[in-house]
Design a protein around this ligand. Structure first.
Ligand SMILES: Nc1ncnc2c1ncn2[C@@H]1O[C@H](COP(=O)(O)OP(=O)(O)O)[C@@H](O)[C@H]1O
Ligand SMILES: Cc1ncc(COP(=O)(O)OP(=O)(O)O)c(N)n1
Length: 507
């Protein structure tokens, strides 16, 4: 038979109705790591982010019935054991393990929650110790390590490593000792066996969202092990994932005590509104503000004198040269041939339009080619360059999108206004942006941004939004940068002829 598409991983643990610890956290950890999750419940715990209120431990015959229901039917590739509550529960799990031990077993020796509430009877410690030889890895925090080793609590990380080494040598089980309870800037862990120590350094995240970190780490370890060559590599990857989950926890806004971690922080979210639906209000604001600028208002009614128009086009030409490079970067990062071609064509079109502006309008204007980029143009270009240098494909696409989408929106409105003015002097230029093919290119760019957003994690999506909104602000400033003297009839000088629409694929 072929291999299963996902590791089948079982947790045997207590519950947390607020979803941060216990079985609920374990199942999220399993899903986060692409495992098929199963759960046998040892104890029903009424708890939240402030602590444990009460718990009920079902009869151990029922616990055994749950365990047998799994092993009678399903192959278990890996298993994590969490809260055991009582000595009877620990002994029942041990008896089942003796018969049905999966290839990989992680034991999280849950004793006391961060809130200080006991999750294991004092007389059950010996029964948990008896389980150690049936586990591959045990994952104690510092107080739990001391209890298992029957020694005083380690005061330093070095003492903890030595204590873990002694426990590993006496029990034969590897010890993933956790440094979450240490003070300081670091939160190191280490995988210690009888002969070696693999340190897993980690920065401490300044947060109160640490409820269920131990549960989530041990579950991740079990889920990863079937797809990793050894425990050290599984532990390294589990810890790296947990660091991101802890950092993203506060944004969940779950509870007013010690909140949970975000187990799915690294995954895209199904069912979100599309990116363009999400940022449409920002685009609408930018469109309204752009139309209100003196330059665009005078462009709309045809009263814009030629000099400020040419000055604006000159800045546009400088901008397009830089924008072309950013589109080329989007083409370089593009995940599909279609997207690569779209942005590569856009990069080329920018240069063609820039050249066209110089050969037509600007050749006849008083603006000298050496006039430098304005502060406004420079700021916009710097923003795009920064996203292009440091951002992912999705962020680059979000940053370049307003130049397509806003120009299409403003252009469409301007064209309707220009059409109401007989002999409008800038109608051809306005029509470039207010009609196809430019509006089609803008719709295509929106579609590519939505595609990109559907594959990113929440943090990247937030950066996409920030990049988009910042570009919108620069667009508004760009329209507002040229002073417009009131009055003056507009009009391009005779012979000016810019046929941008054919070549143009960008704003
Ligand atoms: N503030 C934090 N920042 C980063 N990692 C943390 C933080 N607190 C705990 N951890 C990590 O979470 C995991 C659980 O640690 P710990 O708190 O020691 O165990 P437990 O949750 O069982 O009490 C470990 O990998 C630890 O390094
Ligand atoms: C049902 C249940 N099991 C374990 C714990 C303890 O979780 P842990 O990951 O050690 O983190 P804290 O909750 O102590 O912060 C629990 N609370 N509930």
């Amino acid at each position: 038979m072929s291999a299963p598409s996902r590791p089948r991983v079982l947790t045997v643990a207590g519950t947390d109705p607020t979803g941060g610890a216990g079985v609920q956290a374990d199942l999220k950890s399993f899903a986060a790591h692409g495992a098929y999750g199963m759960a046998v419940v040892t104890a029903l715990v009424a708890q939240n982010t402030h602590g444990v209120r009460s718990s009920v431990v079902p009869d151990v015959a029922f616990l055994r019935a749950q365990l047998d229901a799994v092993s009678d039917d399903v192959t278990v590739d890996a298993m994590k054991i969490g809260m055991l509550a009582t000595a009877d529960v620990a002994r029942t799990v041990r008896a089942w393990l003796a018969e049905h031990r999966p290839p990989h077993v992680v034991l999280d020796p849950v004793m006391v929650a961060t809130s200080g509430d006991r999750l294991l009877d004092a007389d059950a410690v010996a029964a948990v110790r008896d389980l150690l030889p049936l586990a591959d890895v045990v994952t104690p925090n510092l107080p739990e390590l001391a209890v298992l080793a029957d020694e005083p609590r380690a005061a330093t990380w070095q003492e903890a490593l030595a204590q873990a080494g002694r426990l590993a040598r006496t029990t034969g089980v590897a010890v993933l000792v956790k440094g979450g309870h240490l003070g300081g800037d670091a939160s190191p862990d280490a995988l210690v066996d009888a002969t070696s120590v693999v340190e897993l350094p980690g920065a401490r995240v300044a947060t109160t969202s640490t409820h269920g970190t131990g549960c989530s780490l041990s579950a991740a370890l079990a889920a990863l092990r079937p797809r990793r060559p050894d425990w050290a590599r599984a532990a390294r990857d589990a810890k790296r994932w947990l660091g991101g989950a802890i950092a993203a926890g506060a944004a969940l806004q779950v509870g007013s005590g010690h909140g949970p971690v975000d187990h799915l922080h690294h995954l895209p979210t199904l069912g979100l509104p599309s990116f363009t639906d999400d940022v449409a209000p920002a685009l609408a604001d930018a469109c309204r503000d752009s139309l209100a600028s003196p330059l665009v208002a005078a462009l709309a009614d045809g009263t814009l004198p030629f000099a400020p128009f040419a000055e604006q086009l000159h800045q546009d030409a400088l901008y397009l040269t830089a924008y072309s490079r950013v589109l080329a970067r989007a083409a370089q990062l593009a995940p599909t041939g279609e997207a690569q071609e779209f942005f590569a064509r856009g990069a080329h079109s920018c240069l063609a339009v820039e050249r066209g502006l110089h050969e037509s309008y600007l050749a006849r204007a008083a603006v000298r080619p050496s006039t430098p980029a304005s502060a406004v143009t420079t700021a916009y270009v710097d923003h795009l360059a920064a996203v292009s240098a440091h951002g992912s494909y999705a962020e680059v696409v979000a940053a370049v999108l307003p130049c397509y989408w806003l120009y299409a929106e403003v252009g469409t409105r301007l064209l309707a206004l220009a059409d109401a003015v007989p002999g409008h002097p800038y109608r051809d230029w306005v029509a470039t942006y207010g009609s196809a093919p430019f509006t089609d290119h803008a719709a295509h760019a929106c579609r590519l941004a939505d595609d990109a957003a559907s594959h990113v994690d929440p943090a990247t999506r937030a950066r996409m939004t920030a990049a988009f909104v910042t570009s919108c602000r620069h667009e508004v400033a760009f329209f507002g940068q040229v002073a417009v003297a009131a009055g003056g009839p507009g009009g391009a000088p005779a012979g000016a002829d810019v046929r941008e629409a054919d070549a143009l694929a960008v704003g």
